[in-house]
Design a binder for this molecule. Structure first.
Ligand code: ZN
Length: 262
């Protein structure tokens, strides 16, 4: 049995990024562990937030529901506060993940890696996919935690395939769809999203469990960006989220389509 620790910045990031891989991995009899860096304190506050409950607590409930659907055996929280987007004043708060000491955060994560004797750790690519300060931090903390772990796990970096996205947008345009999206436009931090295809090692086809992935996303329906994804017509959703991509620094080049977590 292989144990994989999926390390995500906020509750809901696992849903759009790696939920299909998590479902396929747990179904194949392997152990899936999920660690969140922050409580998602700066997300959308839902209308039905019960009085006296804070957003982080509400989102912990959503995360637990997500974990049941992905077959995740254990959910851990590193205990940092959401930093908001680039330039937000929250970035600098002393409890924010963005401002946290990288080694300190990595030690918290390495403790989970050691307890689990993790074989694989999943973080994000060098710019966190789209430059969100907490996502960039996930990249650094994941690599440092792998170094600190008693038994060093393989580190995979969840990312988006920029070339595939460009091709899909072109097809959509040819089909007459007007989309205000550009795969090469600067994202939050000025870099275009994800990585070019040649830097991606694993492309996991999750279309077989795409309905399950949508249900996982629906667990986080309090969030506006999730609501946007859930409004996508089925075929658009499948095109956008049917393949999950991972870079793996230090591995030979070329894209493999196998599930790397089994
Ligand atoms: Zn996030």
């Amino acid at each position: 049995m292989t144990t994989t620790v999926f390390f995500h910045a906020h509750p809901d990031d696992e849903a759009s990024g790696t939920a299909g891989s998590m479902i396929l991995t747990s179904r194949a009899g392997h152990r899936v562990v999920l660690v969140y860096a922050t409580g998602g304190e700066h997300g959308t506050v839902p209308q039905d937030l019960p009085e006296g409950m804070d957003l982080a607590e509400y989102r912990r409930g959503e995360a637990a529901a997500s974990a049941r659907l992905t077959g995740t055996s254990r959910v851990e929280w590193l205990g940092y506060v959401d930093s908001g987007m680039t330039g937000w004043e929250q970035n600098g708060h002393e409890t924010s993940f963005h401002s946290a000491n990288t080694d300190g955060a990595a030690r918290r994560l390495a403790r989970v890696l050691d307890e689990e004797e993790a074989d694989i750790l999943v973080g994000y690519d060098w710019h966190g996919g789209y430059g969100h300060p907490d996502h960039v931090k996930v990249h650094h903390v994941a690599h440092r935690a792998a170094e600190l772990a008693a038994r060093r796990p393989r580190v995979l970096e969840n990312t988006m395939n920029r070339d595939r996205m460009r091709r899909q947008l072109e097809l959509a345009r040819q089909a007459g769809l007007e989309l205000d999206m550009d795969a090469d436009a600067p994202a939050d931090d000025g870099n275009p999203v994800g990585l070019p295809e040649k830097e991606i090692r694993h492309a996991v086809d999750v279309t077989e469990v795409i309905d399950g992935k949508r249900e996982v996303l629906a667990c986080h329906a309090s969030q506006e960006d999730v609501q946007f994804m859930l409004r996508m017509p089925e075929e658009v959703f499948a095109a956008a989220f049917g393949v999950e991509h991972y870079a793996e620094p230090g591995r030979p080049e070329g894209m493999s389509s196998g599930l790397p977590f089994v």
